[in-house]
Design a protein around this ligand. Structure first.
Ligand code: PLP
Length: 378
C-alpha cells in the first residue's frame, strides 16, 4: 500500500544549472484580499454588530442562496457542522446512517457527531459516488429496520443526481442529506433533500472557515438556523430545540460577501487551467472526472490513473518535485478512528481509491506548469 503523500514544495535545482525551478503548488486558496474585505469590515465598525445574525450575515446568506438558486441557505461554522445540523434536524438519533466509505473523513465525523451509527458502503466505480441502486441493494440485504439516514457525497465537487435521490427519498421514506461540500461552484438548484456545503478556504468560494445548509423548505431552514444559535426561536431566549453555537460572525460574513464578489473571476481562472489539463490529457490513459472543466469545476483536480501505472507515475511526480495527494486517502474505513465501523464489501472503493490522484490545481497555475505535469502522466 502506498503512503498518503505529503506535498514536496522545496525549490528544485536542475542539474548543475543555477536556475531554480519552483515546483507548482498543489493547492492555493482563492480567498479575497484584505483590500476586498475592508469595505465590509468598515460596515461592522459602523453597526457595532459582531455576530448573532447581523446585517452582513443576512446579506451573505441571501446572496449565497440567490447565487445557488435555492430558497434558503443557512450559514454554519463549517461544512462538517452543516452536515451535523442537517442530520440532527432530519433523523432519529441512534439509527444507522449509510454513507460512502470513499469520502473526506469529515462526513464520517459529522455522522457520529449527529448521534448516528455509520455504515460504510461502496461507491459507483465510474461516478465515485453512492447511487440509489447501491443503497437499495444494501437495504435489501440488510433490511431497513435500523437504517435512519443516507448521506450521498458529491465526489470532489461533481454534480449529484438530485432527481434520483428525490425519487429514492419518496420511495424509501428515508431521510437523505447530501454532502456537496466541494460543490458550491456546481450547484444550480436542489431537490427535496438538504444539501450541505463547505466554504473552507480550500473550497470555491472560500471564506476561511464556514459552510451552509441549503434547503427549499422554509420550516427546515428556520429550525436549522435556530439550532445554530442555542435553539432559540424567538426573542424570548427560550431554547425550543437542541443545538449549540454554530454561527458565523459578521467578520466571516464580510469575508463571504467579498468572496462572492471575486467568485466569477476565480471560476474563470479555474476553467482556464482545467482547459489546459483537458487538452493536455486528450487521448491519454489518464482520465479527468466526467465533465470536469466542461459541465462543472471545483477547487481540486483529480485524475484517474490506470492501476498498473500508479506506482511509476507517482514516483515520476516525486522525482520532478510535483506535489500530489489522495485528497480522500484510501477511504474512511482505513482511518484509525473509524476502523471499527461496520462496512459492506468495498470492492470498488478498494480498486479506485489508490488511483484517484489530486494533482496541482489553482487559479494561478501557468500553461508551462500544466504542460510539465501532464508530460509526467501516462
Ligand atoms: C471539505 C469537505 C468537508 C468538510 O468541510 P469543512 O468546511 O472543512 O468542515 C466535508 N465533506 C467533503 C466531501 C468535503 O470535501
Amino acid at each position: 500500500m502506498m503512503p498518503d503523500h505529503v506535498a514536496y514544495t522545496e525549490p528544485l535545482r536542475q542539474g548543475n544549472s543555477k536556475t531554480v525551478i519552483r515546483p507548482p503548488r498543489l493547492m492555493k486558496p482563492a480567498m479575497p484580499t484584505a483590500e476586498a474585505i475592508a469595505p465590509f469590515l468598515r460596515r461592522i465598525d459602523e453597526t457595532g454588530i459582531y455576530s448573532n445574525y447581523g446585517p452582513l450575515n443576512a446579506e451573505f446568506r441571501d446572496r449565497l442562496a440567490a447565487h445557488l438558486g435555492v430558497a434558503a441557505a443557512v450559514p454554519t461554522s463549517s461544512g462538517t457542522t452543516a452536515l451535523e445540523l442537517a442530520l440532527r434536524a432530519t433523523t432519529v438519533a441512534g439509527s444507522v446512517c449509510i454513507l460512502p466509505a470513499y469520502t473526506f473523513i469529515a462526513t464520517a465525523h459529522a455522522v457520529v457527531n449527529a448521534a448516528l451509527v455509520p455504515l460504510f458502503v461502496d461507491v459507483d466505480p465510474d461516478m465515485l459516488m453512492l447511487s440509489p441502486k447501491i443503497v437499495e441493494r444494501v437495504i435489501a440485504e440488510r433490511g431497513t429496520d435500523d437504517v435512519g439516514a443516507v448521506v450521498p457525497v458529491s465526489a470532489f465537487g461533481a454534480p449529484v443526481d438530485i432527481a434520483a435521490w428525490d425519487r429514492f427519498r419518496s420511495a424509501s421514506g428515508l431521510p437523505v442529506v447530501i454532502d456537496a461540500a466541494a460543490a458550491a461552484s456546481t450547484i444550480l438548484g436542489i431537490g427535496t433533500a438538504p444539501v450541505c456545503l463547505s466554504l473552507h478556504a480550500t473550497k470555491v468560494p472560500g471564506i476561511g472557515e464556514g459552510g451552509a445548509v441549503l434547503t427549499d423548505d422554509p420550516g427546515l431552514a428556520e429550525r436549522i438556523t435556530a439550532m445554530t444559535g442555542f435553539g432559540f426561536t424567538g426573542a424570548a431566549r427560550m431554547a425550543e430545540l437542541r443545538g449549540g453555537n454554530y454561527r458565523i460572525s459578521e467578520y466571516t460574513a464580510a469575508t463571504g460577501l467579498a468572496a462572492l464578489d471575486i467568485l466569477p473571476g476565480v471560476l474563470e481562472q479555474l476553467h482556464r487551467v482545467a482547459k489546459l489539463y483537458r487538452e493536455g490529457l486528450e487521448g491519454r490513459e489518464t482520465a479527468l472526472m466526467d465533465g470536469f472543466g466542461a459541465e462543472w469545476i471545483s477547487s481540486t483536480l483529480n485524475v484517474r490513473i490506470p492501476q498498473h501505472r500508479v506506482e511509476a507515475t507517482l514516483g515520476r511526480l516525486d522525482d520532478h518535485g510535483i506535489p500530489w495527494r489522495r485528497w480522500w486517502s484510501l477511504g474512511c474505513h482505513r482511518h484509525a478512528a473509524f476502523a471499527d465501523v461496520e462496512t459492506t464489501p468495498l470492492a470498488a472503493t478498494e480498486e479506485i481509491a489508490p488511483r484517484v490522484i489530486g494533482v496541482p490545481f489553482h487559479k494561478d497555475l501557468r500553461e508551462d506548469e500544466v504542460r510539465r505535469i501532464v508530460d509526467l502522466l501516462p
